[in-house]
Design a protein around this ligand. Structure first.
Ligand code: NAP
Length: 299
C-alpha cells in the first residue's frame, strides 16, 4: 500500500499531523521507533502551559493526543526508519531496520530533538525529580526554592531570566568566563540580586534524597539546590535528512510556517524544525500546518 503521508515520529507534532491528515481524508501512517510514551513530553512531570489542561502530567497529555489519533483510525507502525529514499520527482520509500519498507507520496518529519544530556552521575536518577531540561515547562514548581541552571548559551541565560522571577535563588553554573549567549541577557541577569554566577566551574554530580538536594562541582564544593535545569543545547534527530541538503548549520530542518522543505513532498513539524519556541503547543501547531499543506499539495 502506498500512503498519502508517512509521518515519522509520534510526539505531539506527529500525532497532531496525523489527526489533521486523517480529517483531510488522507491515508496516514505514524512510524515510531519504539512506543514509550509520546516523545519528550512524556518525560515532563507536569505540564502547566498547555492551554485547557493546567497541571496535567506530560505523560497523560501525550496519551490523550494518541487516543485521539487512534480514535480517528490513524495507523501506527513500530519501526525504526533507517533510510529515506526519494528519486527526483518520485514518491518516498521509507526503509526500516528490519529490511522492510513502506511507500508514501509525502513525508512529515516529526522526529524531534533531544536535549543534550550532561552525562553525569545523578542526572538520570533524578530526572523528573528535580532534574529538568525545560525551564518554561517546570520552572513554576520551584517557587521560593533554589535552582541551578547549567550552561552559558542563550537557552541557559533565558532560563535563568525566567527562573529568577520564580525561584528564590538561581545559580548559573557555566564552564567558561565568556558566555555563548547574548551579552544583553548576561547584563540583565547581573542586575538581579537573586542570580549568582558560578563561572569556570562544571557540575560533576547531582545529588539528592529521593529528590534533588544539590550539585557537586569538580572541586568538590556542594551547592544546595532543589532543582537543576540542564541547558547544554539540543540535538535535533535529523541524521536521516542530511543527504537532502534541507538542514541548517545546527542540524535543524529549514522550513517556514507550513513546514514545507526544499525537498518536494517533504514537510517538517515539531522540534526538528527551525524555530524559536520549542514547546508542545508549537509542535501541535506545526503538525496541523504541515498536514494541511500536505493535503493541499496532494490535491
Ligand atoms: P548552545 O548555544 O549550544 O549552548 C550550550 C551551552 O552549554 C554552552 O554554553 C556550552 O558551553 C554548554 N555546554 C554544552 N555541553 C556542556 C558540557 N558537557 N559541560 C558543560 N557545559 C556544556 O545551546 P542553546 O543555548 O540551547 O542554544 C542553541 C541555539 O538556539 C543557539 O543558536 C542560540 O542562540 C539559539 N537560542 C536563541 C534564543 C534567543 O534568541 N532568545 C534562545 C534559546 C536558544 P560552552 O559555551 O563552553 O561551549
Amino acid at each position: 500500500m502506498k500512503y498519502d503521508v508517512g509521518i515519522i515520529g509520534s510526539g505531539p507534532a506527529g500525532l497532531s499531523a496525523a489527526i489533521y491528515a486523517k480529517r483531510a481524508n488522507l491515508s496516514a501512517v505514524v512510524i515510531e521507533k519504539e512506543y514509550e510514551g509520546t516523545g519528550q513530553i512524556a518525560e515532563s512531570g507536569q505540564v502547566d502551559n498547555y492551554p485547557g489542561f493546567p497541571g496535567i502530567s506530560g505523560y497523560d497529555l501525550g496519551e490523550n493526543f494518541r487516543e485521539h489519533a487512534v480514535k480517528l483510525g490513524v495507523s501506527f507502525m513500530e519501526q525504526e526508519v533507517t533510510e529515506i529514499k526519494k528519486e527526483a520527482s518520485s514518491d518516498f520509500e521509507l526503509v526500516f531496520a528490519d529490511g522492510s519498507q513502506v511507500e508514501a507520496k509525502t513525508v512529515i518529519y516529526a522526529a524531534g530533538a533531544t536535549p543534550r544530556r550532561a552525562n553525569i552521575p545523578g542526572e538520570q536518577e533524578y530526572a523528573g525529580k528535580g532534574v529538568s531540561y525545560c525551564a518554561i515547562c517546570d520552572g513554576s514548581f520551584y517557587r521560593g526554592k533554589s535552582v541551578a541552571v547549567l550552561g552559558g548559551g542563550d537557552t541557559a541565560l533565558d532560563d535563568a531570566v525566567y527562573l529568577a522571577d520564580v525561584a528564590e535563588k538561581v545559580y548559573v553554573i557555566h564552564r567558561r568566563k565568556e558566555f555563548r549567549g547574548a551579552a544583553v541577557t548576561v547584563a540583565k541577569l547581573r542586575e538581579k540580586e537573586n542570580v549568582i554566577f558560578v563561572l569556570e566551574h562544571q557540575v560533576k554530580e547531582i545529588i539528592g534524597e529521593q529528590k534533588v538536594t544539590g550539585v557537586v562541582l569538580e572541586d568538590a564544593a556542594v551547592i544546595d539546590v532543589n532543582g537543576v535545569f540542564v541547558a547544554y543545547g539540543a540535538v535535533p534527530q535529523t541524521d536521516l535528512l542530511k543527504k537532502f541538503a534541507v538542514l541548517d548549520d545546527s542540524g535543524y530542518v529549514r522550513a517556514g510556517e507550513t513546514g514545507e522543505t526544499a525537498l518536494e513532498g517533504l514537510y517538517v513539524a515539531g522540534d526538528a524544525k527551525t524555530k524559536k519556541l520549542r514547546q508542545v503547543v508549537t509542535a501541535v501547531s506545526d503538525g496541523a500546518n504541515a498536514a494541511t499543506a500536505v493535503a493541499e499539495y496532494l490535491k
